[in-house]
Every structure is written in C-alpha cells, then in structure tokens.
Ligand binder design. Sequence first.
Ligand SMILES: Cc1cc2nc3c(=O)[nH]c(=O)nc-3n(C[C@H](O)[C@H](O)[C@H](O)COP(=O)(O)O)c2cc1C
Length: 351
Amino acid sequence: MASTLEYDEVASDIRRPGAEQAPGSLDARELVRLATLAASSHNTQPWKFRIEQDRIVILPEFSRRCPVVDPDDGHLFKSLGCAAENLVHAAAAQGFSADVRFDAGEDRVIVDLHPDDTARATDLYRAIPERQCVKAVYDGTPVDAAEIEALVEAGSGSSVRTLVLTSSAQKDAVIDYVNRGNTAQLTDRAFRDELVSWIRFNPAQALRTGDGLAGRTSGQPSLPGWVAKAIVGLVITPKAQAKTDAAGIAGAAGVAVFVSSRDDKAAWIDVGRAYERFALQATALGIRTAFINQPIEVRALRPELGSWLGLEGEHALLMVRFGHGPTAPFSLRRPLDDVIVECTDEKPARA
Ligand SMILES: Cc1cc2nc3c(=O)[nH]c(=O)nc-3n(C[C@H](O)[C@H](O)[C@H](O)COP(=O)(O)O)c2cc1C
C-alpha cells in the first residue's frame, strides 16, 4: 500500500512552481497544469481544457457533479472560475494578457490570450502552487488592517464584492449558521453518501484517483477502506462537525463572504475567480483560508444569512475563514492528459 511519503512526493511534484518561460512564448500545457491547481468543490476537478490557437476553453465535466450538495451546479461553475483565475495569472507570467468570458450558449469559459509586453509574473502567480485550503485551527491572531484591505480588493470583481467579519459576535453568529447547516447536511443520508464517496481514506486510494478529499490533507489517520467504511458513520456526526467548525471559526482572524448582485452561471464564474484571487493574495501574505459554505449550501438558510449580512438584492455565494496557522499536506490532482481534450478546431494548437 502507498505510504504517506509517496503521497507527499507526488503532491510536491504536482505543486511544483511554474516553469520558467521565455516571455511571449506560450506553453499551453503548463498553463493548464497551473489552472488545475485551483480549488474545486470536494476536489472533484469538474473541468476539461481544450487548447486552441491563442485560446484555452474550460468545459464543465458534468460526470463529476455533486447533485446532492450542489443541485444547481453552482459550486461546479465556481470551480471553473477558480481554474480560469489561475490561468489569467499563469498567462501573465508567460507574457500574455487573458480575457475571460462565459459563453452561456455552450456552458463554457473562454480564455483568449493576447501577447502583452507589460504582462509579468506576480506574487499571485507565484502563490498558485502553494494555495491550499487549510482545515486546521488557526492561532487566533488578527490579520493586519492593510492586509485585510488587500484581501478585500483581491476578492472583488465585476459582479462580486467581499465582506469581512472579524468581531467575536460576528464569528459566533457564523458558527451558529454553519452548525445549523451541518445539522441539515449530516442528518441527510444522501448528503453523507455523496460526501463519503469523495473521501479518500488512505494515500493509496488518493493516489489511485488523483481527486477527492484526502484524509492526509486534514490530519486524519490513514485507514484501510473496509475499516473506514465501518466507522465513518460514527466519526462524521453533526455534533463532531459542530465542534470542529466552532473551533475553526473561533481561531480564525475573520470570515470572508463573497457576495454577488446575481446568482447565475456567469456570476458563479466571477465568484470563483474572486475567491481564487483572494486565496492567492492570502497565500502570498502567509495567510491561510478554509471554506465554511454550509449556510450557502443549505438553501433554506440563505435568506436568513442574507438578511443578517444586510444584503439587499445580493447573494452570498461563498464563505471562508482566514487567519494565521501552519500549512497542511497538499491535495492531489488528476493527470494532465485526463483533463486536456483534443482540439477539434481546424487551426493548429500552439501547445
Ligand atoms: C466552489 C467550492 C466550494 C467548496 N466548498 C467547500 C466546503 O464547503 N467545505 C470545505 O471544507 N471545502 C470546500 N471547498 C474546498 C475544496 O474541498 C478544496 O478546494 C479541494 O479539496 C482541493 O484542495 P485545495 O483547495 O487545498 O487544493 C470548496 C471549493 C470550491 C471551489
């Protein structure tokens, strides 16, 4: 059986820094590799990439959807937005500017690349391989006002703005919403079955699939599959999750809520992009982040959450806690050849 050492070696190769590139010469496979290091719901990596002349098209992979937690595919499209954002920063490092647009007719994200003498590798680009969701409890220290300002700026986009909540009273209220979400989700058999189907209980299982929620990333012991199946029902309970999330939110410097004036596929792409920028900026500053989306995933909680946040005509679409803490073992990705689809375009690909 594969060891944690093998897991960490593979993860570290997947997360290697971006290859050095002569400015203006495009390495499209490298752009796609960096795009796949983005966050995705349950690490489903619900994407395919088609490399065309001066363009990369990101296509949804609906066979990887999670119909219970994400019935309208909102998280799936947000994940595509995360990947698109990484592409933008990776393209800049290769001397290209990138225009991202959502093609609603075909349900795809089009990233057009243009040579640009002013495009450069930035701190956000260098943070791509290091960005991760850190599920540990943070150390409770505050984040500087100037750093919060940089995070809020990074987390704002065309239809998206980021709200930051840092007071104890606000964090207590968030704990309450998250735990009501936990209770609704973890008492639902279909939700639990779907979640468990994406958990990788040992390094061998994680390495076999290259996707899913590896126990290693959240400090869980490696378990043989049959043992994990036997005890998972006893371990993942609303009460245990409530305790974990309460400690996680209490130890955070704050909570960021990504809100949009719309709630449609184009907005989901924008909000995914905004989260990814926020997380890259956080990574560049040595600040950790982890999602706490339960009150957004449980539809019944959304109106109450929205009015508590004072939203009028806006929608809370993603939520993270952030703060100072250690890094964690990295999550895996599928091989690049599994996510790059043949270019059917007449023109030759530049890859
Ligand atoms: C749209 C979206 C929703 C997510 N929701 C949650 C969540 O509710 N809880 C959680 O712990 N992680 C959530 N994640 C984080 C993923 O589990 C994580 O990105 C994935 O496992 C890959 O790990 P990495 O981000 O460390 O590379 C979400 C990610 C995305 C993009």
